[in-house]
Design a protein around this ligand. Structure first.
Ligand code: SF4
Length: 778
């Protein structure tokens, strides 16, 4: 161990925890359900332990030391100079005896590394090391002590560092090679497409200045490569450690991986490690097993075989799921957990919105833990509003609670009964309030049975928290008993409890009766995801949110909570107005009450367009029912025109077959749902799609939930109707219409089937480059 040299960019900095995780983890992967304390419980536990120590006890002792090229840093939890005792505090739930042995070894490794550093820093000849296990339930401490001499700890420190040094040297060399090759990296085409350069420049500037960018850019200009390329270019200049490319759909992930592959193909010396993340259920090799060595062969000895698998994957530049999977299986380790490990050693990670934005997102957690500087690219960012809401919503069914009361473990009966009692009190209070004609918050909203409660009753919340603790303890006591119903209910309870912690005007607490009207579902329903998303947007070095539909800017700024200095750009379309005929059918109303009457006129208009210019068309409707009704009517009137219909819950293969029918030489009309899988992310250039019919304004259904959203958004932003209905509706319309013109040589037509398209407030939300005319009434 040597004294710490001055801050030198040629040195590799590693935290004690990361160093030990890399070198000291052995044996099985064991993710048997063991309740772990929450972050808040962990912090509270550490604070309580510290408060029990005498005044001379030192807390959070900063330590650092060097070994070769390594700089090791960390904070020991506590040191008592009178006892000469260093403490490493770990919080836990449930019986300590069940702590897997490899976890204990890891804890000792951390304590020894801290001990070595403290001895070196203070000239101690020996030291007592104490692992303090604090039970967050009982608040009891279990202390395990060992005394070590300074030389033996120094030897342990040196050995630990030596085992990491080769890897660190390799990583530093990779970083240098990565940065040099990124600086030299050329774009994949001799020139940018029209609009693509403007987009790329905006992304680069935002990345260099560490800002958030809201970029609306039309379809067909190559947005994926147009954002990946400049973000990578900014990495060496701004010391960006990683780029996260986040998508809402699988198709977006494939496009990102293709863009990276094309950059590598065009720049053979590009030293870049990319990685695809998949959901666990899609990456698991043994869905019928549990993630521990006694159940799954790929978890058994996972950490023993991990180093070789990790080395091979890193040498290969990581890559798609298929590449990592092949390596994982060759080494008999779980591909899903190998991928999680590889995030640490990757330059570009391609994943889902959830991986960064949800309450316990893995990419966000690692970024915070390792203090990475990350550039984030959010593809099809208009979807983040709805996805953000879903991530911050939770619900609990009273029927599930009742089932557990009757069939669940006897030990949980008391806390289950207590929650049920508090639930019944909510019913009673609600009935009383309705009886007394209380204010709007508990009244029956128009068009539905959902009822918003003014607040989360404290008795119910307290009962919920107690139940969470009780189930957690029960599961810790019985780790081999697997009860899927109990586990599912427990996860719902935890989500609700977490959401209740941050409950505020951004969310509703609502009540809906179940099939048995004596039971209800309680839901914390997010309306405005901004307060949650804002923190994530601010914590990254730079975030670019891009899509073809990010208008109006104020809507997205408000709903997503973009940071103060966010830059908004609108990239002009490379397409010319004469490439796309846009016609408004002012003689057609698709309002719900007019649909039967307007069927004939719509059918006539569609058939006339088809006969004037036969080819491939898509017709979009606001719901499956409307689609089926119109398709049946159309087929009856015009049996000679080929029709294909989108079906409910279509598999990915069936969706591909639907699109494969649309060839440069085929003809027909595909009936699809507006806002569904064929209305965005679908690329049908040239003759594969020459026109679209769009019925309705895409407005979300008027129902109890949306009406409550409208009311709440009225209170928060002032224009609840536009935020709930008009803006999201028109975004779907523009996305669907965007399927028609994909290249500068495409020619097509879009029929907007509703008289409301003539209204100025609706026209203002349509792309500026469209030249809008009127359909001639048949
Ligand atoms: S293969 Fe599946 S069951 Fe086995 S460890 Fe991986 S995720 Fe868990």
């Amino acid at each position: 161990m040597s004294p710490l040299p001055s801050d030198d960019p040629q040195r590799y900095h590693v935290a004690v925890r990361a160093l030990c995780e890399f070198t000291a983890k052995r044996g099985d992967l064991d993710l048997r359900f063991t309740p772990t304390p929450t972050a808040q419980e962990g912090i509270a536990g550490h604070t309580l332990v510290a408060s029990r120590r005498p005044p001379w006890h030192e807390c959070e002792v900063p330590l650092n030391a060097a070994h070769g090229l390594l700089t090791v840093t960390g904070r020991a939890d506590g040191y008592d100079p009178r006892l000469n005792r260093l403490e490493e505090v770990k919080t836990h739930k449930g019986t300590l005896a069940r702590l897997p042995d490899n976890h204990r070894q890891l804890h000792w490794a951390q304590a020894k590394v801290y001990g070595a550093m403290l001895c070196a820093q203070r000239g101690l000849t020996d030291i007592e090391l104490a692992l303090v296990y604090f039970d967050v339930g009982t608040q009891a401490e279990t202390v395990i002590c060992e005394t070590h001499s300074a030389p033996s700890l120094a030897a342990f420190f040196a050995d630990t560092c030596e085992r990491f040094l080769a890897w660190a040297t390799q990583e530093m060399a990779h970083r240098r090679a990565r940065n040099a090759s990124l600086e030299a990296m050329a774009f994949v085409h001799p020139q940018f497409r029209a609009g693509q350069r403007e987009l790329a420049e905006s992304v680069y500037k935002a990345a260099v200045s560490g800002r958030c960018l809201l970029a609306q850019a039309p379809t067909g200009i190559g947005k994926t490569i147009g954002t990946v390329f400049p973000m990578l270019k900014a990495c060496p200049k701004k010391g960006i450690d990683k780029v996260y490319f986040l998508t809402a759909k699988t198709s977006g992930r494939a496009a990102a991986l293709e863009a990276i592959a094309s950059l590598k193909a065009h720049n053979p010396s590009l030293a870049l490690r990319d990685l695809e993340l998949r959901a666990k259920e899609k990456a698991c090799e043994h869905p019928d097993r549990a993630c521990h060595g006694e159940s799954c062969p790929l978890a058994q000895g996972f950490y023993d075989r991990l180093p070789a698998a990790r080395s091979q994957a890193v040498a290969a530049g990581n890559g798609s799921h298929e590449v990592v999977r092949a390596i994982a299986l060759a080494h008999q380790v779980c591909p899903y957990y190998l991928t999680q490990e590889l995030v640490r050693w990757s330059d570009v990670v391609v994943g889902d919105f959830n991986h960064y934005f949800d309450l316990s997102a893995m990419l966000h957690g690692l970024m915070q833990q390792h203090q990475w500087r990350v550039g984030v690219l959010v593809d099809e960012a208009h979807n983040l509003v709805e996805r953000g809401r879903q991530m911050h919503t939770g619900e609990l069914h009273q029927s599930s609670l009742q089932a557990l009361r009757h069939h669940g473990p006897a030990a949980l009966k008391k806390p289950l009964d207590k929650l049920n009692k508090a639930w019944r009190a909510i019913h009673k209070a609600r009935e009383q309030a309705i009886g007394e004609g209380a204010g709007k918050d508990v009244s029956e909203p128009a068009g539905g049975t959902l009822q918003v409660l003014p607040d989360i009753p404290s008795a119910w919340l307290q009962a919920l928290q107690q139940l969470c603790a009780a189930i957690g303890e029960h599961m810790a006591e019985h780790p081999t008993e697997v009860d899927p119903a109990l586990q599912a209910f427990y996860f719902s309870c935890l989500q609700m409890a977490k959401l209740a912690d941050s409950f505020g005007p951004h969310s509703l607490f609502d009540w809906t009766p179940e099939a048995d009207p004596r039971r209800s579902t309680l839901c914390i329903r997010n309306v405005l995801p901004a307060p949650f998303l804002k923190a994530r947007l601010c914590q990254a070095h730079s975030v670019t949110l891009f899509s073809a539909t990010l208008q109006p800017t104020a809507f997205f700024e408000t709903m997503l909570g973009t940071p103060e200095k966010t830059v908004a750009v609108e990239v002009a379309s490379p397409f010319l107005a004469d490439q796309l005929e846009v016609k408004v059918a002012r003689h057609i109303s698709t309002r719900f009450q007019d649909r039967a009457r307007s069927r004939e006129a719509m059918t006539a208009l569609m058939a006339a367009q088809f006969r004037t210019r036969p080819g491939n068309y898509l017709a979009f409707f606001s719901s499956h029912d409307y689609l089926q009704d119109m398709a049946a009517h159309f087929e009856a009137r015009h049996p000679d025109i080929p029709v294909v219909r989108q079906a409910r819950g279509m598999s990915e293969a069936a969706q591909q077959a639907f699109l494969a029918r649309m060839t440069p030489s085929s003809q027909g009309i595909g009936f699809a749902v507006l806002g569904g899988s064929f209305s965005e992310g679908v690329d049908l250039p040239g003759q594969r799609l020459i026109g679209a019919f769009i019925a309705t304004l895409g407005l979300p259904q008027v129902n109890a939930v949306n009406e409550q959203f409208k009311q709440r958004l009225d209170d928060i932003v002032g224009d609840g109707y536009a935020f709930t209905y008009r803006y999201p509706g028109l975004q779907k319309v523009v996305q669907a219409a965007g399927r028609v013109i994909r290249t500068t040589t495409d020619q097509g037509v879009v029929h907007l089937l509703d008289d409301r398209y003539a209204r100025p407030e609706v026209r203002a939300l349509l792309p500026r480059w469209w030249a809008i005319g009127e359909s001639v009434k048949d």
